[in-house]
Design a protein around this ligand. Sequence first.
Ligand code: AMP
Ligand code: ZN
Length: 470
Amino acid sequence: MAQMRLYNTMTRRVEEFAPADGRTARMYTCGPTVYNPAHLGNFRTFLFEDLLRRVLRLAGHDVLQVMNLTDVDDKIIKRAAEQRATIGQVTEPVVETFHADRKFLRIEDAEEYPKATEHIPEMIALVESLVERGLAYQAEDGSVYFAIGKFDGYGKLSRLDTREIRTGARVAQDDYTKENAQDFALWKSAKPEDEAAAAAWDSPWGRGRPGWHLECSAMAMKYLGKTMDIHCGGVDLVFPHHEDEIAQSEGATGAEFARFWCHGEFLLTDGSKMAKRIGNVATVAELREQGVSAAAFRHFVFSTHYRKQLNLSGDAIEASIEGVRRVRDFVERLETATGGTAELAEAGKELVRDAEAALFDDLNAPAALGALFTFIRRANAELDKRGNDAGALRSAREAFARINGVLDIVPDAQQADDELAAWVDERLAARKDARARRDFASADAIRAEIEARGVAIEDGPWGTRWKLAR
Ligand code: AMP
Ligand code: ZN
């Protein structure tokens, strides 16, 4: 078992990490709110968590990861009202898209994907125990609130200045600012729009629905017990979401909720936080349309440490496309080589040593990428020598596979997928028709449309041929 270090938001320090039971790292990663397809900012956080689970395994630990799907909350109900639909009708297709996008980006499956709507009894039980302990109360509006003034540790994760805590004042919405640290809703009494969207359940406090924070506490403790090893999310979740999760969970059990709190920084576009409401959003669908591979996007994300902000730009993506093309070329050479040199084996050893040291030191993926590219340069030079040491070649291949098993940045072979191929064929047929009609403007527009998807076309005596430009 290798020693690993992780930054813990609770202590604001990098600390040595090992699972409490010495074997399985139990982690909870706050999942998407499924009212809209997740954007690339969300996926930066999910990729940081994918990196974490792969590094935990590299260090010799088993992993039990739970990622919830928030399928009832303020935003989903608002969306359902707009569409005159139920929350289930809003969330079902979005959950499907989430898994498809996640698989495209090679994000490994978590062990559990619990949905909030399927854990209402657990949530009600948690509220009941908080009421019994005097930490929660039903207000005149029928909703049940958490009394932050009664819980000693309130604010310890986000280091709220106690002056900012306003005991007695109440906030019903799921998301609010530090300036508004108030008693927050655990269970919200049902409004007509909740009933209309099928987002209301019976409870000891009448018809109602859970608050967002409550959902995570109940599901985390159901699957991971009172104390988990690592709780993750993006930095925006530190307050109020994770602060409130701690209050609810520790208030009910008296046990420490999470030993480590790990937060990933934001993906920005043009310098501001990517968020749906700003509209500067890119999605996995857009990446795919632009022919950006999963390998290239992973390379882009892992080029910056997870605790630093990362700016999404065309230039950075282009550089990553070029970077993983070199990886692909190298892998083809490594696969077809028949032997190596002693120095090749040595380069492989150094790759494993340096990349592991980097990854175990608070997931330093940029340094691990650096080690990988150094290895590629050295190994290419050694392969030029056409050595005949089969054992050296094998150990270089193993070294590469070990580190790439974490980063996962080899693009698929340069083949168009069937969907793209069918589309190109259809467009080329349309272009041929346009030319036959002597409608050259349309023909040129179609050519531009095809090229915009990274496909180069070439007219010749044999007709038109095409290939992927990158
Ligand atoms: P949500 O669907 O809004 O609950 O967010 C899902 C996850 O994405 C959470 O862990 C958020 O902290 C994270 N997140 C939201 N916006 C960004 C962003 N621009 N960059 C990185 N992570 C983000
Ligand atoms: Zn959560």
